[in-house]
Design a protein around this ligand. Sequence first.
Ligand code: DX5
Ligand code: ZN
Length: 228
Amino acid sequence: MNLRPAKPLLAPSILSADFTHLADALALLETAGAEVAHVDVMDGRFVPNITLGMPVVEAMRAKTSLPLDCHLMIVEPLRYAVDFVKAGASWVSIHQEADPHAHRTLAAIREAGAMAGIVLNPGTPVETLVDLVGDFDFVLLMSVNPGFGGQKFIPRILDKVRRLDTLRTERQTPFMIQVDGGVSTGNAADLVRAGADCLVAGNAVFKAADPVAAVKGLQAEMAKGRQG
Ligand code: DX5
Ligand code: ZN
C-alpha cells in the first residue's frame, strides 16, 4: 500500500495554540485548509514537560473533522496508545527511544484502527528502523529535542530525511515521512525536496500575526519542494 500522500500535508501543532480556546484553534485550521491537526502528548518523564491526555483528545475529536495526529512523548507508550485511538486519534506515533517493544505497540495501534508512526529523536539514527520497515505507516523525524515548541531547527535532519527516503526506496515500502520541530517557510521546501511528506509546525502557525496566512504560506513552500 502506498502511504505517501499525493501532495505534502501540513500538520499544525496545537501545542502553540491558546489552550483555553482549542475549538477555535481547530476551526481556524479547517478554515485555513490545514490537512491534519498535530497533538503533542507529554508525560513529564520521557520529556521535561506535561501537556494533555485522552480526555482533551476526545473533546477535540467532537469539535473537528480533521485527522488528529497524536505524538506520544511518553514512557511505556503501550499502556496508553490504544486509549488515544479510542479517544479519536487517527494517527498515533510513539518514540522508538521510549519503547523496547515498538513492534508490539505499532501493531496494537494498527489493530485499533489508526495509522501507526515511529518517532526518532535527533540523535537516533534512521538505520535503527531497518528491521521495523513494514510495521509502521509513517516515521516522524524530530528536528528539535522534543518537549517544547518554538525551538531552533537542527539542519542536520535534512540528511536524515534523505537517508530515510533512500531506505524506503530500497525496501520498496512507501511509508510517509513526517518532520517536527522548528519548521518554517525558510526550510519547508527543502524538507519536502529531501523526501518529507508531512510537516508539523507550531509556532510558525499559531504565533504568526495571521495564522491562516501562515498555513497558506507554508503550504505554498511545501508545494515548491514537490515540484523539484
Ligand atoms: C516538540 C513538539 C512539536 C512542537 C513543534 O516537542 O513535538 O510538535 O509543537 O513546535 P514548533 O514548530 O514551534 O517547533
Ligand atoms: Zn510533535
